[in-house]
Design a protein around this ligand. Structure first.
Ligand SMILES: *Cc1c(COP(=O)(O)O)cnc(C)c1O
Length: 422
């Protein structure tokens, strides 16, 4: 069989780079990709990323640009903005942030002064760097105070959040994170933010697709600002959006441009528009619910294998596994699973006694495998592979990892990935 040549101009001009792209495509096709912040975008989203829109400079906003020739670009950006407003039910959307971290930085620029107190979930408990963690610019230019989860339940302790907020009086409170397997109670956060006189930012980067598909409650009635990436469960290009009620539109827009950025990445804006069009279809609701159903089924199957899961399971797309009981460090397990064709990341667990670069857990998720069409009926098989992989990591049984890798590749060959030609 001869494979179609997906990038003929690239292959002719730069065979070395084209070869790397082809190899990455093969890797993405043959493996079980379980990093919960990753996905497979559609062929349509991929194509939009590679368009001539990339050639255009368009600093400013539609109708208010600093460069001429915006007849088409303005329409592209308006389309993306209108679709974001419709999908999420918001009054204002800015689709220009280059990625999730700059989007969050724009929020600080819009609503706080350097030195102000901000509050977020601590990174090792599942928060994000940009929620005021020390090594991030947000934790050095602002005074970050951090909440966590309870040791006994693995859940956010709202009494602790309230106490901390009333004591520290932060300007901004962030909710959301990168390793939170449970539903975020936006209403509870909003009540605390109101009491403390803080702006509530819901950073829904991980769960935006679940929200769009109705598989997680929406922060819209509760949060002052919503920040999200577009490339995780939302299944769009690498990018971000800021959304709010109309009252915050001006501050957010000014912070993104000219506060923080120059020209928007118009090819990304176009691909965001495509992804939002896809997210508005009934099939995306099915996708979002299938992501959660798969994660729940996988959590059940892992518990049945004797694994320990932070908070005891999941409500969303993500599972945080504590491998302490298996006597395997997270990094050793992650690297072994990678050799077994199961791509995950090592992760701290709450109150982790180990170091962040060598933590106790791994973080897994179902967005990518659901995009390939795997269903709840496959999750016992997946849990079995993970169990064998983790056991082989402990015993150093490379042959077992090789065997799992072959089984993974065989199953995945029956479930072609969106956007891939192999
Ligand atoms: C992924 C993520 C970000 C950052 O997005 P980047 O595009 O990687 O900069 C911010 N906040 C949360 C909660 C995230 O999960």
């Amino acid at each position: 069989m001869t494979l179609p040549l997906p990038h003929p101009a690239l292959a002719a001009a730069d065979p070395e780079l084209a070869g790397l792209v082809a190899d990455e495509e093969l890797l993405q096709a043959a493996t079980l990709r379980m990093i919960p912040s990753e996905n497979y975008v559609s062929g349509a989203v991929l194509e939009a990323c590679g368009t001539v829109l990339q050639n255009k400079y368009s600093e400013g906003y539609p109708g208010r640009r600093y460069y001429e020739g915006q007849q088409i670009i303005d329409r592209v950006e308006r389309l993306a903005v209108d679709r974001a407003k419709a999908v999420f039910g918001v009054e204002h959307a800015n689709v220009q942030p280059y990625s999730g971290s700059p989007a969050n930085l724009a929020v600080y620029l819009a609503f706080a002064e350097p030195g102000d107190t901000v509050m977020g979930m601590s990174l090792p408990m599942g928060g994000h760097l940009t929620h005021g963690w020390g090594v991030s610019a947000t934790g050095t230019w602002f005074r970050g105070v951090q909440y966590g989860v309870r040791r006994d339940t693995g859940l956010i302790d709202f009494d602790e959040v309230r106490e901390l907020a009333l004591k520290e009086r932060p300007k901004i409170i962030f909710c959301g994170g990168t390793a939170l397997p449970r539903t975020i109670d936006f209403a509870a956060f909003a009540e605390i933010a109101r009491e403390a006189g803080a702006l509530l930012v819901a950073d829904v980067a991980h769960i935006a697709g679940l929200i769009a598909g109705g598989a997680h409650p929406s922060p819209v009635p509760h949060a002052d600002v919503i920040s999200t990436t577009t490339h995780k469960t939302l299944r769009g290009p690498r990018g971000a959006m800021l959304m709010s009620r109309a009252e915050h539109a001006k501050a957010l827009d000014r912070a993104v441009f000219p506060g923080l950025q120059g020209g928007p990445h118009n090819q990304t804006t176009a691909a965001i528009a495509v992804a939002l069009h896809e997210a508005a279809q009934p099939s995306f609701r099915d996708y979002a619910h299938a992501v959660v159903a798969n994660a729940r089924a996988l959590a059940e199957a892992l518990l049945a294998q004797g694994f320990e899961l932070v908070s005891g399971g999941t409500d969303n797309h993500l599972i945080l596994m504590d491998l302490t009981g298996r006597d395997v460090p997270g990094k050793v397990a992650a690297k072994a699973l990678d050799r077994a064709g199961i791509v995950v990341n090592y992760n701290t667990v709450p109150y982790d006694p180990r170091k962040p670069f060598d933590p106790s857990g791994i973080r897994i998720g179902t967005p990518s495998l659901t995009s390939r069409g795997l269903g709840t009926e496959h999750m016992a098989t997946v849990a079995g592979w993970i169990d064998r992989g983790v056991s082989a990591a402990r015993s150093g049984d490379e042959a077992a990892l090789t065997a799992v890798r072959a089984e993974v590749a065989e199953l995945m060959s029956a479930y072609p990935a969106p956007g891939l030609t192999v």
